[in-house]
Design a protein around this ligand. Structure first.
Ligand code: GCU
Length: 428
């Protein structure tokens, strides 16, 4: 048995529990999002943004931060199993979908991995349902609270060994570690309100977290290496891009399901998976809305911001999340010629919610707010107002860049999901 899951709590995070200010403070996002960039002249139209700037920014984020996505990628759908046709008090069906992801970098060989997707669909739907796709810290049998789902234990294949790995989020005792885990994730991360989503007309899908890349620096790096033969050390992808690609491969499948509305696919992630969700949305236009909760550094928060998690510390601890090139150069990260508002701008004009908590200074809510402000001109090109508010605590679920902050710390609580669903109701 290989035990693999990197801790989500960091000492720095626990030391940063003071309330953040609710007025934006600090330097505005640089460079201005529509300004000349890498020899591309100022952007003045939605067409210019789409045709010229988007490809340049996608190349920049791959080359300098997340590493490159595979050149080719496809799925082979296995036998879909109906696990329950009467779940959640008779309101939903639950299906288990095996997806074999095939990827290829350059002229390298094709590499395959099979992941599992669990999918709950409302039975009362009279037309295709919008769907919320989540990637979570927890195995899917725990988040779905359904005995029919297999244990989320996964096989891992490494260059010289194979093994099984598992993780649990369910609090089975009250050891200090378990209390810390529950405190860190919040109860609603372990059990999101699936029944309420179904009642409100949403389908809910979840990727079993361990099936593709294990979130543990050394093992994760080895797996990434296996999955990206054909790329050299400087160009190969990190786990965030691999998770983002996994979101996209799940969307390949969801978009073919006739009971789901391919025009209303939302993806959701918390913390490191929120970083991945933003990357997925930025690179995949079929994703119709993104909820990125507490994504922090490497996600929505500006890298140049001096508050919260230092970039160098993040890449030292989680070097597998990024490209090797970025991990190497993080000591100089303040000099990178781009910043995370340009990642948010890649979502324009699609709706995005940036979730935050007041005592989660580690994730730098203020840096995320300034990034949202910095992304706005790209939204305006499409006739959207983008972020409509001026303070961090003025939640506007109708806005295309909705900024949400609540009291408390890092994790997912009931109010978060009320805000997320209000936001999706407003846009879908
Ligand atoms: C650590 C890490 C953060 C990350 C978080 C999480 O705290 O420093 O960057 O967002 O884990 O994924 O919970």
């Amino acid at each position: 048995m290989i035990l693999a899951f990197s801790g989500c709590q960091h000492l720095g995070q626990l030391k940063n529990l003071t309330n953040v200010a609710l007025d934006p403070n600090g330097a505005p996002a640089q460079p201005a999002v529509l300004a000349e960039f890498e020899n591309d002249p100022v952007v003045t139209s939605a067409g210019g943004w789409r045709d010229r700037r988007v490809p340049i920014l996608r190349e920049t984020f791959q080359r300098d931060l997340y590493g490159y996505f595979p050149d080719e990628s496809e799925i082979v759908v296995g036998d879909v199993q109906l696990l329950d046709d009467n779940a959640y008090g008779g309101l939903a069906t639950i299906e288990l979908v095996p997806l074999t992801i095939r990827t290829r970098f350059g002229e390298g060989e094709w590499v395959e991995r099979t992941i599992r997707l669990a999918l709950a669909k409302p039975k009362a739907a009279t037309k295709p349902s919008p769907v919320i796709l989540k990637m979570s810290f927890c195995p899917f049998n725990e988040t779905f609270r359904h005995d029919g789902l297999p244990n989320g234990q996964a096989e891992i294949v490494l260059p010289e060994r194979t093994g099984k790995t598992n993780v649990s989020c369910v609090i089975k005792g009250f050891s200090p570690l378990e209390r810390l885990q529950s405190y860190a994730l919040g109860r609603y991360h372990v059990s999101p309100p699936i029944k309420e989503m179904i009642e409100r007309g949403y389908a809910y899908a979840e990727i079993n977290v361990l099936d593709y890349i294990v979130d543990a620096s050394n093992l994760g790096s080895l797996q990434l290496e296996l999955l990206s033969r054909g790329h050299n050390e400087d160009t190969s992808w990190g786990a965030l891009a691999a998770w983002a690609s996994q979101f996209s491969r799940a969307v390949d499948y969801l978009d073919t399901d006739e009971e789901l509305d391919a025009e209303r696919t939302a993806i959701y992630g918390h913390s490191r998976y929120a970083k991945a969700a933003l990357v997925a949305g930025a690179f995949d236009d079929r994703i119709d809305a993104v909820i990125a909760h507490q994504s922090g550094r490497g996600g929505a928060a500006l890298t140049r911001s001096v508050v919260g998690e230092p970039t160098s510390e993040m890449t030292a601890t989680y070097h597998d999340w990024f490209s090797t090139a970025y991990t190497k150069r993080t000591q100089n990260s303040k000099e990178l010629p781009f910043d995370q508002h340009q990642l948010i701008a890649l979502l324009a004009p699609r709706p995005v919610l940036l979730g935050n908590a007041r005592r989660d200074k580690w994730s730098d809510p203020n840096g995320a707010f300034r990034a949202a402000q910095g992304a706005n001109p790209a939204y305006e090109l499409f006739g959207s107002e983008g972020l409509t508010t001026e303070r961090l605590n003025e939640f506007d679920p109708d806005a295309d860049i909705a900024f949400w902050i609540r009291p408390g710390t890092h994790g997912e609580v009931k109010e978060d999901w009320s805000a997320f669903l209000e936001f999706l109701d407003a846009h879908f």
